[in-house]
Design a protein. Structure first.
Ligand SMILES: Cc1cc2nc3c(=O)[nH]c(=O)nc-3n(C[C@H](O)[C@H](O)[C@H](O)COP(=O)(O)OP(=O)(O)OC[C@H]3O[C@@H](n4cnc5c(N)ncnc54)[C@H](O)[C@@H]3O)c2cc1C
Length: 260
């Protein structure tokens, strides 16, 4: 059986979307549903796709950018951009749902904490999708709350018969979410409030036999550490791991190219 990954490129599209609704699915996670007529053509083929959200600076209005020689050119001051995962989307309703960790200060977290129906946010992408086929013997998904949208989407999208091991680090028990999936799911929540860490939870876990694929995302140093551990101590081949830094402690607007 071939086990494959594939990168698919998409035409770059940009919209200014409106908030339809905002709910707290857990105390620290806001689920925001966005609408724009262009979302009837929204395309996101992979669970860890990302869009770039743009937030207007105080006193400024969001305006559509134009494509320039060095990427997007915004009229006036460039708005602040941050990466987020399309948690789900509905092309029929022209809606995209984003889950935001309410971690405190930052243009994205502050915007999400206060978002009301009718508020607007810019959205570019996804520009590409990294598709991991569902023919591996098992899937390991490990990450913190910022990876929870990607991990939750993957858990829900994997088909019947797929074997999934998920390790999710969140602040405390109130941050647990419920997933509905036809796959065989083994799920471990790791609570920072109890002094637990992802790496330690992984050390205690047995990996199933056969060829697996690991997706790791979250705080940059933590993701890199788990990747090294899987390669050095669990014998997972680097080609069968995607490890991404989604944020870095103490650094605003962190960017690592999204992949180690
Ligand atoms: C490909 C990709 C997909 C992502 N998907 C999601 C997603 O679906 N949902 C989501 O919530 N996040 C997601 N993230 C992470 C998100 O982009 C970052 O957390 C981002 O820094 C948030 O921007 P901000 O404006 O709130 O804070 P920033 O202005 O970037 O940072 C301000 C301060 O907050 C700290 N900080 C940032 N994030 C966190 C955090 N989670 N916990 C604690 N401190 C933090 C920074 O270190 C900095 O000190 C994704 C990141 C990537 C690269």
């Amino acid at each position: 059986m071939t086990r494959t990954t594939e990168r698919v490129r998409h035409e770059l599209r940009f919209r200014i979307a409106s908030v339809v609704s905002s709910e707290r699915i857990t105390p620290r996670m806001a689920r925001i549903t966005l609408h724009d007529p262009d979302f009837s053509q929204f395309r996101s083929d992979a669970y860890d796709d990302h869009v770039k959200l743009f937030f207007a600076r105080p006193g400024e209005r969001l305006e559509l950018p134009v494509a320039g020689p060095n990427g997007l050119d915004f009229p006036g001051t460039r708005p602040q951009g941050r990466d987020y995962t399309p948690r789900s989307f509905d092309t029929g309703k022209a809606e995209v749902v984003i889950d935001f960790v309410l971690h405190g200060e930052g243009p994205a977290a502050s915007w999400a904490a206060a978002a009301q129906p009718g508020d607007t946010v810019g959205m570019g992408g996804p520009r590409a999708s990294f598709v991991v086929r569902s023919d591996y013997d098992w899937y390991l998904l490990a990450g913190d709350d910022t990876a929870l949208p990607a991990i939750g989407r993957r858990i829900e999208e994997l088909p019947r018969g797929a074997n999934v091991l998920a390790f999710i680090e969140v602040a405390d028990e109130a941050e647990r979410q419920i997933f509905h999936t036809p796959a065989n799911l083994e799920l471990r929540w790791v609570f920072r409030s109890a002094g637990e860490r992802l790496t330690e939870a992984l050390r205690r876990a047995a990996l199933p036999p056969g060829a697996g694929y690991a997706f790791i995302a979250g705080e940059s140093a933590a993701s890199a550490q788990i990747r090294d551990y899987l390669i050095d101590e669990r014998g997972v081949h680097p080609d069968n791991i995607k490890a991404a830094g989604y944020w870095r402690a103490g650094e605003a607007d962190f960017y690592d190219g999204h992949q180690h």
